[in-house]
Design a protein around this ligand. Structure first.
Ligand SMILES: *[C@@H]1O[C@H](CO)[C@@H](O)[C@H](O)[C@H]1NC(C)=O
Ligand SMILES: *[C@@H]1O[C@H](CO)[C@@H](O)[C@H](O)[C@H]1NC(C)=O
Ligand SMILES: *[C@@H]1O[C@H](CO)[C@@H](O)[C@H](O)[C@H]1NC(C)=O
Ligand SMILES: *[C@@H]1O[C@H](CO)[C@@H](O)[C@H](O)[C@H]1NC(C)=O
Ligand SMILES: CC(=O)N[C@H]1CO[C@H](CO)[C@@H](O)[C@@H]1O
Length: 529
């Protein structure tokens, strides 16, 4: 996800540098450089939310009569005898995600550790248009990804959002993992920033209710990632580590930039393989080489040639971890498309422009490791001219358009995605997995729901041969969008969870159930050592 203003503007003759350099801080923290007032208001609001959340948590902690709970043997033996006090571990009745499920009274929803599962790290492979989990016995299990993005680690907070459990807002790692599993999600894409990997920066403690997330070790960036991976792994949910931003504010138009050199980028890959390529983290399936490299080229040997960049990053990863997969995004160049008798000149979705990867594929040190991983969004991210009929471009918005009927819109999405990346299904053997799709859904203000229908079409497309699933953006309710409908600019936030992180955006959750019809939506298998 990228703060959208100007990124796709198709009428500008010379690029607006300030706008193009918009960062990809979570939209909640930095909506866009062109909306400083909103940004300031948002940061203040967010600050107040955190202060309020912490205050509520503390008040609750010290004043509420806690429900009587059985203490476990572990608690009674460890607390009094340890020199350093063990984390206070309690069951939490708060923070439960209200998706209609019921919970066992005695469920231990706040483990001190996610127990070792005795699974081994399998071979993950991409071939025959599918992703396979391959065991030591050479049995190959195909798997489709019903995935979701959970952001926050790429921001200055260095931790995914939502873990500030209190009586009103926030949930826990345990509950997020349980909720995702109850709803058949089997993978999480976790955006990271390279600088925090290099510095091993600890997360902001005020973003996490530590007692309610007892198993999460917040000592460092690496321990936090490890805890999240184990928490998700306990439910068979895999993790795609996403090299998203260079530092918490520099998105980077390539895999290097002002804050990170190409060498440093590769060191961050070494840090990940060194720390996580083993059986404890069996559910890590690979790395997304670089999120939305919008200033790159493909195969021209230029300074920002992402064919070379992605190849170098992927081979570095494979040298440290030959089990993982390399997820590769595309460029963001301008193209013409003619659909429904209308020609539009537009930017490919950032991350989606893989037009040259067919002729100039990545050459990796190991076979069956490339997963092309484009993004495809709805008009809530940018009002693309090809997604509506007629109308007049006015800055970023389009006025006076009509919306297409279902059949025409489906054809347009099929053709545009095929031109950007879908053709790869016919010219190479690896799987395609959308690293991001979605945006606004329930809030769609198009008279005939074009934004919703685009996402529904994208979901339906994932069932076609050659696609092995996708990651909806985002679980977080804080992600911001600026166009709704295509004719109106403003600011809206929406995610799979509601703003309090415990209520569910039911309409969106139901729309994503269509992903359950992909061929192999199962938990990632724990292959026992
Ligand atoms: C990220 O890097 C840019 C470019 O060097 C720098 O201007 C910015 O201050 C950095 N952000 C942080 C949070 O350090
Ligand atoms: C995996 O690596 C981490 C970090 O080096 C280490 O703490 C853990 O014990 C390792 N697990 C296994 C099963 O080797
Ligand atoms: C697309 O169309 C525009 C406007 O008609 C034209 O200027 C441009 O050269 C075309 N670009 C490409 C890549 O075909
Ligand atoms: C919505 O669909 C109706 C029925 O087909 C049509 O009359 C109307 O013009 C459409 N609205 C827009 C904005 O295209
Ligand atoms: C800022 C925020 O999200 N506050 C919400 C916390 O939860 C309560 C109860 O659900 C909501 O009413 C607040 O809006």
């Amino acid at each position: 996800m990228e703060t959208p203003t100007y990124k796709y503007q198709d009428n500008v003759l010379s690029p607006n540098t300030e706008a193009v350099l918009n960062t990809d801080e979570s939209p909640m923290l930095a909506p866009s450089s062109s909306s400083r007032r909103r940004k300031v208001m948002f940061v203040i609001t967010f600050g107040l939310v955190i202060v309020a959340a912490v205050a509520v948590a503390l008040t609750w902690h010290f004043t509420t009569t806690k429900p009587k709970e059985q203490t476990t043997a572990l608690e009674t033996t460890t607390i009094p005898t340890m020199a350093t006090p063990a984390p206070t571990r309690e069951r939490y009745l708060i923070g439960r995600i209200q998706d209609g499920s019921t919970w066992a009274q005695d469920e231990d929803n706040n483990p001190l550790n996610y127990a070792t599962q005795n699974c081994y790290l399998p071979q993950y492979q991409s071939k025959q248009g599918q992703i396979f989990v391959i065991g030591k016995d050479n049995v190959e299990k195909p798997i489709s990804i019903k995935g979701i993005n959970w952001f926050g680690m790429e921001t200055s907070k260095n931790i995914p959002f939502g873990l500030w459990t209190n009586q009103q807002n926030g949930t826990t790692l345990y509950e997020i993992s349980a909720f995702l599993s109850r709803n058949k999600f089997n993978s999480v894409r976790l955006p990271l920033n390279v600088k925090s990997l290099l510095n091993n920066t600890p997360p902001s403690f005020d973003m996490v209710h530590q007692q309610a997330n007892a198993a999460l070790d917040l000592t460092s960036y690496i321990t936090a990632i490890g805890g999240i991976v184990k928490g998700l792994g306990s439910r068979g949910i895999s993790v795609l580590l996403d090299l998203h931003n260079l530092n918490s504010t520099e998105k980077g138009d390539a895999w290097f930039g002002a804050s990170i050199s190409a060498d440093e980028f590769l060191q961050s890959v070494d840090i990940l393989t060194h720390n996580f390529c083993n059986d404890t983290y069996w559910n890590i399936i690979g790395l997304d080489m670089k999120n939305e490299p919008y200033g790159t080229t493909w195969g021209d040997n230029g300074p920002k040639d992402f064919q070379t960049g992605a190849e170098t990053i992927a081979n570095r990863m494979l040298a440290g971890c030959s089990n993982w997969l390399a997820f590769v995004e595309g460029n963001a160049a301008k193209h013409n498309i003619t659909v429904a008798d209308q020609t539009s000149y537009f930017f490919d979705w950032w991350g989606g422009g893989l037009r040259e990867a067919g002729n100039k594929p990545l050459k990796l040190s190991k076979a069956n490791k490339v997963v092309y991983s484009p993004h495809y969004y709805s008009p809530s991210v940018y009002p693309q001219s090809y997604l509506v009929k007629g109308g007049k471009r006015d800055g970023d918005v389009i006025t006076g358009y009509t919306e297409y009927d279902d059949a025409t819109l489906s054809k347009i999405i099929a053709q545009s995605s095929d031109e950007m990346f879908g053709y790869l299904r016919k010219v190479q053997d690896g799987a395609l997995v959308l690293g991001e799709f979605g945006g606004l859904f329930t809030l769609d203000a198009h008279e005939n729901k074009t934004t919703q229908r685009v996402t529904q079409n994208v979901i339906a497309m994932l069932k076609e041969p050659g696609y092995a699933g996708g990651y909806m953006w985002s679980l977080n309710p804080e992600s911001g969008y600026e166009y709704n409908p295509s004719s109106v600019m403003g600011y809206w936030t929406e995610g799979l969870l509601e703003k309090d992180w415990v209520h569910v955006n039911t309409q969106y959750l139901n729309a994503l159930k269509a992903m359950d019809q992909m061929a192999h939506v199962v938990p990632f298998p724990c292959l026992k050592t």
